[in-house]
Design a protein around this ligand. Structure first.
Ligand SMILES: *Cc1c(COP(=O)(O)O)cnc(C)c1O
Length: 447
């Protein structure tokens, strides 16, 4: 399928973004030339997936499409129990309703924003135990998503067992740059968790990309297949949830999978309340079928290599132009370091958002801020939190864009970068929602 793209003028874009209150979530997609806002649900499906859509079984209970999905999850991930949900955050809602209570502590590596939202909404605390190297974009480290075992151990020692329902491993680690977690680290976290009798839950939106990085960067696994690495990963996991809009190669969907039968019973009841009957959860039959195929395709080495290399290619081009990015480049996205890009713009004026707005105006390229806006306020003080990384993320949709599109994006950023020193002011907030503010925030230029 092809889609014509309208080449808007800079004047049009200046006007549109102003009307959108400088919030890129409020732009019509027709106003965007290259859309790198997210790699979530924006990929292209394969012919095999479309064929499976035609075979969708829309039965309320016991749909064959459900069994195709459940069998796939059991075979490739090793979980005997699974419920589909309409997307990742619905899985979080159900799983955390079953496990997280007020005052709980959830240690992990750079919890994703919706994950953190669901934890804090329940008046519990997400404690980030990612290694320090993750927060310095200039450090080269093959597994910047790794958990710092000392930080984790300290949290486990400081709090009673019943306050920590699980350890949350995010693979790959989206918020620090799509950075992978090594199998050595995954196994060490599992061993530590076992010592304390705490289960390991994984947020597995990009587990296939994580397995690819393990094969490429972790010497002990270079001769293992992606499937073998995935099996070893999930051997360390009690329960996982997935936004299948990423490595499920689907446009919508999610799931919770577990080895814990008792937890599965609780989750099943909550799924019926929040999503739908357990053999469809939040999904239609045809979408479950397409997901079952997508989960397999995402584990093909050639697919993973072309996917990750496209992201690397954009990263290399940007570095050639001197644009400061998180290195090494992660699996699904480029993260441009806005604090290094705009050294004269205070972090309190949202330099990551400024970069997002200026890239849109310059070339119609839409990215998303992963910085101070996204980090939101401290629930205790109501004041902005200043994350160590303030970035603009360009997430690359799967199987959509060509190298030529990447060249266009890089050239756009080169143009903005050339006039970087002219910027001294960013934005201030006109209006914000109480939680997950970045989706709906209204901004104005700080003049
Ligand atoms: C996307 C994502 C989620 C949330 O999933 P949605 O499908 O967007 O609701 C959770 N965790 C990670 C790591 C993600 O990337």
């Amino acid at each position: 399928m092809v889609e014509p793209v309208y080449f808007s003028s800079k004047e049009e874009r200046i006007n549109w973004i102003k009307h959108a209150d400088y919030n890129l979530f409020k732009l019509d997609s027709d106003w965007v030339i290259i859309d790198l806002m997210t790699d979530s649900g924006t990929g292209a499906m394969s012919e095999q997936q479309w064929a499976e859509v035609m075979l969708g079984d829309e039965s309320y209970a016991g749909s064959e499409s459900y069994y195709k999905l459940a069998r796939t999850v059991e075979e490739i991930m090793g979980f005997p129990h699974m419920v589909p949900t309409h997307q990742g955050r619905a899985a979080e809602n159900i799983l955390f309703s079953a496990t997280v209570k007020e005052g709980d502590i959830i240690p992990g590596n750079a919890h994703f924003d919706t994950t953190k939202g669901h934890i804090e909404f329940r008046k519990a605390h997400a404690v980030d135990c990612t290694i320090d190297a993750a927060f310095d974009t200039t450090i080269e480290h093959p597994f910047k998503g790794n958990v710092d075992l000392d930080k984790l151990k300290k949290i486990l020692d400081e709090h009673p067992r019943e306050k920590i329902p699980f350890i949350n491993l995010t693979i790959t680690c989206n918020t620090v740059g799509g950075q992978p977690v090594s199998l050595e680290n995954i196994k060490a976290v599992k061993a530590l968790a076992d010592d304390y009798g705490i289960p390991v839950y994984m947020d597995i939106a990009r587990y296939a990309e994580n397995a690819y990085f393990i094969k490429k960067r972790e010497a002990a696994y270079k001769d293992k297949s992606i499937q073998e690495i995935v099996h070893e990963t999930f051997a360390c996991c009690d329960t996982c949830w997935m936004s299948s809009k990423k490595d499920g190669l689907a446009n919508m969907g999610g799931l919770i999978a577990t080895k814990n039968e008792e937890l599965f019973t609780t989750i099943s009841n909550l799924t019926i309340i929040y999503e739908g009957f357990i053999t469809y959860g939040g999904m239609s039959g045809r979408d479950m079928g397409a997901l079952a195929v997508g989960l397999r395709e995402a584990l093909e080495f050639d697919y993973l290599e072309s996917r990750v290399e496209q992201v690397q290619y954009l990263g290399e081009k940007l570095m050639e132009y001197g644009v400061p990015i998180q290195t090494p480049v992660g699996g699904h996205a480029i993260f441009i370091d806005a604090l290094r890009f705009f050294p004269n713009v205070p972090q309190a004026q949202y330099p990551g958002q400024l970069l997002a707005v200026e890239s849109y105006i310059e070339g119609g390229v839409r990215g998303t801020e992963i910085g101070t806006l996204l980090a939101d306020r401290d629930p205790a003080t109501g004041l902005d939190r200043y994350p160590e990384l303030d970035t603009l993320r360009f997430a690359i949709p799967r199987r959509v864009y060509s190298r030529n599109h990447m060249d266009y994006v890089a050239a756009t950023m080169r143009n903005v970068f050339e006039r970087r020193n002219q910027y001294t002011k960013g934005f201030k907030i006109k209006w914000q929602a109480p939680i997950l503010r970045h989706f709906t925030v209204k901004l104005e230029r700080n003049v």
